[in-house]
Design a protein around this ligand. Structure first.
Ligand SMILES: [Zn+2]
Length: 471
């Protein structure tokens, strides 16, 4: 039984989907005014790994993640770049898709954009006004927070404590228009020259929180299974999403709330910020490190735990990934001389490790214990592949299982000895070298080995013959 930690109840609960076999989940996406940073990537990777595990269990996952493509940051960026808000959004949505593909994040089932859902947003806001949960003030529309009885339930706060915090900003222009300092904007009147859409309250644009209520319920229904996002979104963003949605529909919004932990940079655990000069974008970092390593590093830390982004931790992830990759190659290499048949003892061991993997992952996606089972599988594979005689069914099963479990973490294991043209050329050189060795022309054999090494091709002599791997 899969259990998940639900922020709403602050405990682990058995996961029961609304529709058997289907998971409907919504994850807050980025504001597309810049390249995504590693904090955004962490969230996207955490929930992609969760999605992949549900798919491993056989669920169909309806996965919706939005693009916030109109807000103050986009307006500022468009002004700085002497362009328009839609052009800034298009540019960074394209960059998001490229960066997330590089770290092997599956595209969402739907990637709706706020600007493409303006009529739905206006209708939603109108309903909240009709129900008495919202009011218009000077072209803005605000949510009447105090009217929503359960406000504060997600972030475990009392509404009167919130008021103390909010009233510190009482001088703010916007606050003067509010009935209560804790009310928040659903619709914002446009300032002169700003991007806007016509509405019953005049030209304006949506507030940030409303788009997620509108787009999640549009694609997944009034109630859906999982709502995810970073811990930093818990309050006020997610609290406001619940208030808006449940006030409109009268139904529970999301059954399970999952929040991923932060990323700190460097050995001193600094919070990432532009002012500290440690703001790491995925766009830049994947030019320096293998995107698969970044993926593997982030996917093998449980989603609720903080991630320490350090060179040491990246190196460790690279080593561990290489171990899996090597075990996979060892198996691929032995397929050539494997005999028909299977090994019952290895099959039993394989099943035990698969069970360990599922037990670990079923415990709120405990990827640290999950990957430990995969490392054990890699060891089993290496021991088996070193046998004088191996059996085809067993080699194939070990190889397929290793690839399947690794793919839950979003990494693709490959055997470089695939029959590509380049690899065929390498094999031809290896054959030449073998011929030279047989003819006792060791100078030529060594020359071939050195030439290949210079091109990053490492030859290994094994009892089953010479094999190569790429550095
Ligand atoms: Zn959101």
């Amino acid at each position: 039984m899969l259990t998940v930690f639900n922020t709403l109840t602050r405990q682990k609960e058995p996961f029961k989907p609304l529709t058997p076999g289907v998971v409907k989940m919504y994850v807050c996406g980025p504001t597309v005014y810049n390249y995504i940073h590693i904090g955004n990537a962490r969230s996207a990777i955490a929930f992609d790994t969760i999605r992949r595990y549900f798919e491993y269990l056989g669920y169909q996952v309806d996965y919706v993640s939005n693009f916030t493509d109109v807000d103050d940051k986009l307006i500022k960026r468009a002004a700085e770049d002497h362009t328009t808000v839609p052009k800034v959004a298009d540019r960074f949505i394209k960059a998001f898709m490229a960066d997330t593909a590089a770290v092997n994040i599956e595209p969402a089932t739907a990637h709706p954009r706020a600007s493409e859902n303006i009529p739905e947003i206006i209708d939603f806001v109108k309903t909240l006004i009709d129900k008495g949960y919202a009011y218009e003030a000077a072209g803005d529309v605000y949510y009447r927070t105090r009217k929503f009885k359960n406000y504060g339930q997600l972030s475990d706060q009392r509404i009167d404590d919130l008021e103390v915090g909010a009233s510190q900003h009482i001088t703010d222009e916007e606050t003067k228009r509010k009935e209560d300092p804790i009310d928040f904007a659903l619709w914002k009147a446009a300032k002169p020259g700003e991007i806007s859409w016509p509405s019953p309250w005049g030209a304006g644009r949506p507030g940030w929180h409303i788009e997620c209520s509108v787009m999640s319920t549009k694609y997944l229904g009034d109630t859906f299974d999982i709502h995810g996002g970073g811990q930093d979104l818990e309050f006020p963003h997610h609290e406001n999403e619940i208030a808006q949605s449940e006030a409109k529909t009268g139904k529970k919004f999301a059954n399970y709330w999952l929040h991923n932990g932060f990323v700190t940079v460097g050995d001193d655990n600094e919070k990432m910020s532009k002012s500290l000069g440690n703001f790491v974008t995925v766009h830049d970092i994947i030019k320096q490190i293998d995107p698969q390593v970044l993926r593997f590093f982030m996917a093998t830390t449980q989603y609720r735990r903080p991630i320490q982004y350090t060179q040491g931790n990246l190196d460790e992830a690279a080593n561990n990934l290489e171990k899996l990759q090597n075990a996979y190659r060892n198996l691929a290499f032995r397929l050539a001389d494997a005999q028909p048949g299977s090994d019952a003892q290895v099959a039993t061991e394989l099943q035990r490790l698969r069970d360990n993997f599922v037990t670990a992952m079923n415990d709120d996606f405990n990827v640290q214990n999950g990957i430990a089972a995969v490392y054990e599988l890699a060891k089993l594979a290496n021991v088996y592949a070193a046998n004088d005689h191996v059996q085809q069914v067993t080699v194939t099963q070990l190889k397929a299982t290793l690839a399947e479990l690794a793919s839950v973490f979003g990494v693709r294991l490959t055997s470089d000895d695939a029959d590509t043209l380049a690899d065929a050329d390498i094999q031809a050189l290896i054959d030449d070298r073998e011929a030279a060795r047989k003819a006792k022309d060791f100078a030529k054999a060594d020359q071939i080995r050195d030439d290949l090494k210079a091109q990053g091709i490492i030859l290994e002599d094994t009892p089953q013959g010479v094999r190569f791997r790429k550095e």
